[in-house]
Design a protein around this ligand. Structure first.
Ligand code: G4P
Length: 529
């Protein structure tokens, strides 16, 4: 197979959901179909059940030893599927946002009873901004849930999507009889007793047929006919181009736990989901089937195993092929680097491979050379766009609690920030360091890791900020900007790239600042340049 065909058969995607909707269960069932695992329960949940640090640490420790769970890959019907893991916990939402820069499409899992939840809303918003193709999977149909039409409405309204169902449930909860697959025009029956098995499928080109009444009962059959009529009336026909552009989202119904509706989802997915997509850089658009390699770091994973201290940088290959021992340019550092043991990911294992293709993820051992967002090429001096920092929501001063270890503390903070665990701001006024995070949990994580990995101790002190706004004056020399800097002196700092940041203490203060200094622009993500 030529390298272009290899690229064409790749499907790299992420599954996103609010915690508990069924992401882990669905991932596991997809792997079962791919023959990548043999039994249920093999995929470790990355869920933080109690919201406790100890839980997080345990997960990290396990993953540190087996970081392979960050990417789960398998072959299904000759397609190479790469599933990128996204943490569901809101305190790690930034990690998920960054992972979304490396996927070519997503599947959103929604709980039929709970409907659209908060975390789903946030994540889908990011997908919409990036025009990522989305398939919606409504899960837990074996339970009583919301009416299918109401749910479709809710998905459109709360998530701002335009949907078209490609399957439709026959009954729900106790009365759940099966699913009519609009895409394949067949019926999949849900048998109470054989729920764990893959059901037989009955082809149905004509739902008017009397046979339907015999199979699901007259009442259910008539209801399905009426509902399908409504579906065809209300929703547009599926249009792959619209889906690929992010303008139309197909919806499937099923039950991941019972392995019901999952094969249908997967079969449709491999047909419609995008092959690796082109990506914009600061100089040009890069196409996946270009001959030369390019890629970017979207995630850095510290190895929590004390015997192997190095980190793993996850690189999404944007174009060409990545080869072992070939020199590549680390654009930010302007130096060539070779990698003798790049990891590729298969189901739950990682293996050293000679060659990987656009769409794939490789894991590179790193001793501190990489930051999130770094670009690797075969020599071209370009940088991929689009790994923004989002404004943190929690802020604390970080203090050194062991004066003899200040070097270790500095190194630790520096490396943890490179990994994207949190953001560091240095106050302009006095050089004090403020750590901003998305969730409070990260402070404990940082403290724990500084102590266990770097031998440094820290304490925190409250810093009364509400949001970090990146500042861009329309004219850096005008009097208005000078006054802004004078008045807001106490709240100004710099991020790790030296960009000016205003640490506002309330929404009110942001509004007042915008009114008072209209020529000083404020941004809530760092990618405004
Ligand atoms: P997450 O990764 O999105 O957080 O969700 P996860 O797959 O862990 O699923 C959350 C809970 O929902 C699990 O139950 C899981 O068994 C259940 N679940 C997933 N899919 C279905 C489904 O189709 N039907 C029903 N009825 N339940 C489903 P749990 O009790 O929290 O965990 P466990 O102890 O069973 O593992």
């Amino acid at each position: 197979m030529g390298f272009k065909d290899e690229i064409k058969r790749r499907r790299t995607f992420g599954i996103i959901s609010h915690p508990d909707a069924g992401k882990t269960t669905l991932t596991e069932k997809l792997l079962l179909f791919g023959g990548a695992i043999q039994e249920a329960g093999a995929v470790k949940s990355n869920k933080i059940k109690k919201g406790a640090t100890s839980d997080f640490m345990e997960i990290e420790r396990q993953r540190g030893i087996s970081v392979a769970t960050s990417v789960l890959a398998f072959i299904y019907k000759d397609k190479k599927i790469n599933i990128l893991d996204t943490p569901g916990h809101k305190d790690f939402a930034e990690d998920t946002f960054r992972t979304l820069t490396a996927v070519d499409s997503v599947i959103v899992v929604i709980d039929v009873a709970k409907g659209v939840e908060e975390q789903t809303e946030k994540l889908v918003k990011v997908c919409r901004m990036r025009k990522i193709p989305i398939i919606v999977f409504i899960n837990k149909l074996d339970r009583e849930g919301k009416d299918a039409f109401d749910l479709l409405d809710e998905v459109e309204q709360k998530l701002g999507l335009k949907v078209t169902p490609l399957s439709f449930p026959i009954g729900m909860g106790y009365d759940f009889k099966g699913i009519y697959n609009i895409w394949e025009k067949n019926i999949n029956l849900f048998e109470g007793d054989s729920r764990k098995n893959i059901e037989e499928t009955i082809a149905f080109s004509d739902i008017e047929s009397k046979e339907l009444d015999t199979i699901v009962g007259e009442k259910a059959a008539n209801r399905l006919r009426e509902e399908l009529e409504l579906v065809y009336e209300i929703y547009p026909d599926f249009d792959r181009e619209a889906y690929l552009k992010g303008d139309l989202q197909p919806v499937f119904f099923g039950s991941a736990l019972n392995n019901f509706g999952v094969r249908e989802l997967l079969d449709c997915f491999i047909e419609i989901a995008p092959t690796p997509r082109p990506k914009d850089s600061d100089t040009r658009l890069v196409n996946p089937d270009e001959d030369v390699f390019s890629g970017f770091v979207f995630k850095i994973h510290a190895n929590m195993d004390p015997k192997h201290r190095d980190r793993i940088a996850f690189v999404k290959i944007v174009s060409g092929t990545f080869e072992k021992n070939k020199p590549y340019l680390h654009v930010r550092q302007g130096k060539k680097m070779k990698f003798s043991s790049p990891n590729a990911f298969f189901a739950e294992k990682k293996e050293i491979v000679d060659i990987s293709y656009a769409g794939d993820i490789v894991g590179l051992h790193d001793t501190g050379n990489f930051k999130i967002g770094d670009t690797l090429t075969e020599g071209e001096g370009m940088n991929f766009k689009g790994i923004p920092s989002f404004s943190p929501e929690h802020f604390r001063y970080i203090n050194n609690a062991d004066p003899l270890k200040s070097k270790q503390l500095e190194k630790g903070i520096d490396q943890l920030m490179d990994e994207g665990v949190a953001q560091l701001f240095t106050l302009e006024m006095n050089g004090r360091k403020v750590i901003g995070t998305v969730g409070a949990l990260q402070y404990e994580v940082i403290q724990y890791r500084l102590e266990h990995e770097y031998g440094a101790k820290c304490t925190y002190e409250n810093f009364p900020a509400y949001k970090a706004c990146w500042v861009k004056p329309k004219d850096s020399k005008n009097e208005e900007f000078a006054e802004f800097k004078r008045v807001k002196q106490k709240f100004l700092g710099h991020d790790k790239y030296g960009q000016l940041v205003f640490l506002a203490d309330s929404e009110f203060s942001i509004q007042m600042t915008q009114q008072k200094y209209p020529s000083v622009e404020l941004f809530f993500t760092s990618d405004f340049r």
